[in-house]
Design a protein around this ligand. Structure first.
Ligand code: ATP
Ligand code: MN
Length: 479
């Protein structure tokens, strides 16, 4: 018989129907006469309860039905006597498809720590928590493409291997086929990349923006959604060496349009999760509440679903960097020396502790900070009329800090070239980029959303390693 998915059985299964389900055992409990098996097939957070009469199957079969075992069950749907589900499956035949030896299977029906499960990243999707996270991750991918498609944006695949290293967004990973030992040297005694695969140095991309801009100058509204790589040695709960980024780029658009787009985009994604992932969100919310029970009340975070609704329903605060600095200088934690990095004055590069203070203590809402000093931002951001600040915008979220970084781009070629000279960016390697300004240039703007930062927010998880299937961080590249 064809397999019916448990999601559809629980949603619309008719009492009396004869069905086959296939999935993995979450738990089995039972008495001498009857066993209850909680079966999960990944289609939903909920398990289907299978009732197996001992006399029908015999002890030998039943004792193999352990956590992690893959089963096929055929039987009749009956109204459930227990609470929590409308129907359960009375088993007529049970096929053990794949055994999981309980002596050796690491995932047991008890609470494992997230740290332990991180080491078991190949098996952790079998747990309720991680299956919920990765169903939501899929929903967010789908919603991202929907959002842009509905608004007439085109998806562009920018290169993953790149020879452009001028963006300066982070340390890069070199891509080479030269031997690590005895690499060929040139006359100056340096590695001779003319003998390398591409005939010059190449790296993994840190951002698709610069190439994205080229396409925005033709298709007007584009977005990229791809992996990005940063070899920065920051072992934090918000940084990965390999992460996914969404980067829209829009022609004939300024900083205000850019902020509107970012705010609409984030709200759309959060609403999508609320509309389509409620079962999984509810599970994660309960999990968080449970976890925070030991914390003092004032340290507990807002309940997950209320927090998502709150962000989706309220306007973000929009604030120039200069005003944020004023607020931070005069803030209690700064005066009392509680910040790890004290805010000394205009020009300070904000750390996540400052960003979170603004969002969580001062405004209690997401904040978009704009017009940063040019010294702490990238060369391509548009210079404001004061000559000191640039049309940058960072979107700051509770619990995360920076979730989006973006700007209106410098479209005036003289200004752009002057900025590149100031920042020692080799113009001759960037002729292709400067061409966008030479030929039919126009005001344009865009931003980058870190996909895993979004996932942290939507799932309420605390560590970025837990929202990507296989995390790559310093000294860690398993699987
Ligand atoms: P941060 O200051 O938090 O390190 P950034 O300013 O270096 O970030 P951008 O270059 O502006 O980051 O990148 C755009 C977005 O990509 C950020 O707003 C963030 O959401 C995400 N991002 C940046 N670096 C990482 C990373 N190492 N791991 C995961 N996401 C990241
Ligand atoms: Mn940034």
């Amino acid at each position: 018989m064809k397999r019916t998915e448990i999601a559809s059985v629980l949603k619309s299964g008719q009492v009396g129907a004869e069905i086959t389900v296939k999935g993995w055992v979450r738990t089995r409990r039972g008495s001498k006469n009857v066993n209850f098996i909680a079966l999960n097939d990944g289609s939903t957070i909920h398990n289907l309860q299978v009732v197996a009469e001992a006399e029908l199957f015999g002890e030998d079969l039943i004792k193999n039905i352990n956590t992690g075992t893959a089963l096929g069950v055929t039987g009749t749907l009956v109204a459930s006597a227990g609470s929590g589900q409308a129907v359960e499956l009375n088993a007529r035949t049970i096929e053990v498809i794949g055994l999981a030896d309980p002596e050796k299977y690491p995932i047991q029906p008890k609470r494992h720590t997230l740290e332990f499960l991180r080491e078991m990243a190949h098996l952790r999707p079998r747990t309720a928590t991680f299956s919920a996270i990765f169903r939501i991750r899929h929903a967010m991918v789908y919603a991202i493409h929907s959002f842009f498609h509905e608004r007439g944006f085109y998806n562009v695949h920018t290169p993953i291997i790149t020879s452009s290293d001028a963006e300066g967004a982070g340390e890069m990973f070199r891509v080479t086929v030269l031997p690590a030992e005895n690499a060929p040297l040139n006359e100056e005694g340096k590695v001779d990349f003319s003998q390398d695969f591409f005939g010059k140095p190449a790296n993994l991309t840190v951002s698709g923006q610069l190439e994205g801009e080229l396409f925005a100058m033709a298709l007007a509204k584009i977005y990229t959604f791809g992996p990005t790589f940063r070899a920065e040695n920051s072992n934090t709960s918000r940084h990965l060496a390999e992460f996914w980024m969404i980067e829209p780029e829009v022609a004939f658009s300024d900083l205000n349009d850019n902020m509107d787009l970012a705010e609409d985009f984030l709200k759309y994604l959060i609403n999508y999760a609320l509309d389509h992932c409620m079962d999984d969100l509810q599970f994660l919310s309960n999990r968080l509440t449970e976890e925070e029970k030991n914390k003092p009340v004032e340290q507990r975070s807002m309940e997950l679903i209320s927090k998502l609704r709150f962000v989706a329903e309220n306007d973000f605060v929009r604030l120039p960097y200069s005003q944020a600095i004023e607020i931070l200088i005069n803030s209690k934690p700064n005066k009392k020396g509680k910040f790890q990095y004290p805010v000394t004055g205009y020009g300070t590069d904000l750390q996540s502790e400052h960003e979170r203070y603004l969002v969580e203590q001062e405004f209690k809402k997401p904040v978009i900070l704009t017009n940063y000093p040019k010294e702490i931002k990238a060369f391509y951001m548009r210079l404001d009329d004061n000559g000191k600040t640039v049309a940058a915008m960072d979107v700051l979220f509770p619990q995360i800090g920076e979730i989006i970084g973006g700007s209106q781009r410098e479209e005036r070629i003289e200004v752009l070239e002057a900025r590149m000279d100031e920042m020692n960016i080799p113009k001759h390697e960037m002729e292709w980029y400067l061409d966008t300004r030479r030929f039919g240039g126009c005001p344009h703007a865009g931003f980058g959303l870190g996909f895993e930062r979004l996932m942290l927010f939507v799932t309420g998880m605390g560590n970025i390693r837990d929202v990507i299937p296989f995390a790559r961080t310093p000294k860690n590249c398993e699987f």
